[in-house]
Design a protein around this ligand. Sequence first.
Ligand code: 0RA
Length: 650
Amino acid sequence: MTAQKNDYGANNIQALEGLEAVRKRPGMYIGSTDFKGLHHLVWEVIDNSIDEHLAGQCDLIEVIVHPDNSMTVKDNGRGIPVGLHEKLQKSALEVVMTVLHAGGKFDKDTYKVSGGLHGVGVSCVNALSSYLKAEVHREGKIFTQEYNQGRPTTEVMEIGEASDTGTYITFRPDKEIFETLEFKYDTLSTRLRELSFLNKGLQLKLTDERDVEEDGSFRVESFFSEGGLVEFVQYLDESRTPIIDEPIFIAGKKDDVEVDVAMQYNTSYSENIYSFVNNITTKDGGTHVSGFKRAITREFSKYATDNGFFSKLKFNVSGEDFREGLTAVISVKVQEPQFKGQTKGELGNSEVTSIVSQCVGDVLKFYLEENPKKAKQIIDKVVLAATAREAARKARESVQRKNVLAGGGLPGKLSDCTSKDPTESEIFLVEGDSAGGTAKQGRDRHFQAILPLRGKILNVEKALEYKIYDNEEIKNMFTALGVSIQEKDGERELNIEKLRYHKIVIMTDADVDGSHITTLILTFFFRYMRALVDQGHIYIAAPPLYQVRKGKQSRYCWNEEERKEAIEIYTKGNPAEASSLKIQRYKGLGEMNADQLWETTMDPETRILRRVTIDDALEADRVFSMLMGEEVPPRRDFIERNAKYAKVDI
Ligand code: 0RA
């Protein structure tokens, strides 16, 4: 008995030390303590519920954001076990909630592959919450336990009877740990929608109690997919025109690796491959994506060659040509995933390449043989893509050659900075010549360059690649930035070794036209200079919306709240004073003089820059193609649906 008591004590200390380690270095466990880290807590809790779904024990997960920014995640799984944990001599519930990495130890037999990048365990969430309550419905009873910063504040208590089973976790992230405590609706809904596609048959419900509708009800959205990845692809391509009636679906399993793929060709020119490992996005792809690409190139090449589709071509068809207008979702389940790269966004397990390649290859081979008409439609498109790529290569090389002949100089419209150090240099892409002139006067010429862009730049979503090189504004951007597109083994690559500015700032009017132009420029970067977006070189300037003046004093305001605040300050709350104020609404950059533009929008000391991250490439891409593409009905629908929440956050 004594030995056991000692054990108990020692184990308790171990638990406390574990939780302390998490609080000391939260970044090690959840990546960061910013907005991303905060949401990581939710993903972590949901992951555990998804594991129950994967084990075939749960078909409903509810996520509720409470008015105080605490959060409840409910599932109808088996419920966390509450019985005595032999070794630790306490309730299994307490062990799961307080011992680091204890979560999976009980369920060796269950199918557990969710997690991966997450998978740090719900005890981590507990350690980083100022309050957490676990409620378990199990064995006909309801049990609860509460915690503070991961330490139990109550025993495991039996509080009533239950006719159902499940786990409810309510937690309030600790303000001592997180820089922000505000959960973002769009981030939650995007991920829950994605999870519903990745886990067909699972219902995910999101309730936001902070957002009360006119009739007093809360904002609620429910996500459920019967078709899984096939519906995912259809959702992604909502605003594109499909080439074959139904996406191709592939499911296979080999050596404990599960492979699911859905793919569709559409009439656009872009390639959109989204990949997941154990339900987690791999934004940089990896071995599963390589295996998929390999199979596509191999099977389509073989089929096209065997059937004489390539016999008249005077140039090679590259791997890329097989993926033009392709939208695909690849989801694999791997027992021990290894994530590579700086942001761990790439699957490293080498065995996965050939497994995916084989699974996809087998199905494709069969599909092409069985569906000759569809096969021809796809191959016709591939031939078109190869032809267009050849034309684009010629156009690009001709532009590059002409530029070299012309002395390889910079565009005439560029007002370059004097510094030759890219790390300190910035370029402002400014809408219109007149605002460009003001920016040129206002800038610090040592490190700030100005490139005015005239009118609306070409809408690249609709344009063929070879046409974009005829466009003056686009040519100017390539030469001014010092980047070029090169082909390597038939794959296009952006060379940014000679990038001349590490900050590329889009500066447009703060009105509807301005935001349209920003979206156009962003679409261009997204499609043709993606590496610059991924590496965080693209920024959006934020000019103020108002200036409130009283005599010689003035304040700039970036939103309504600041405007009200400024009025309040200058009138000292006395409405009679309001007539002495001058309030200017800036509709365009042109309404500011050079000094004002510098002070409000360009001076690194005082300006606000928004860095463009395509963290959510998926949603951004959908929005781009919806706002820019051919199909009008989904666009109208999108705008109407989002009118109340319209906020394209990229
Ligand atoms: C350990 C073992 C079992 C289930 C769970 C944990 C579990 C954890 C969480 C976290 C959120 N929801 C959850 N649901 C279940 C297996 C239990 C059994 O075999 O009955």
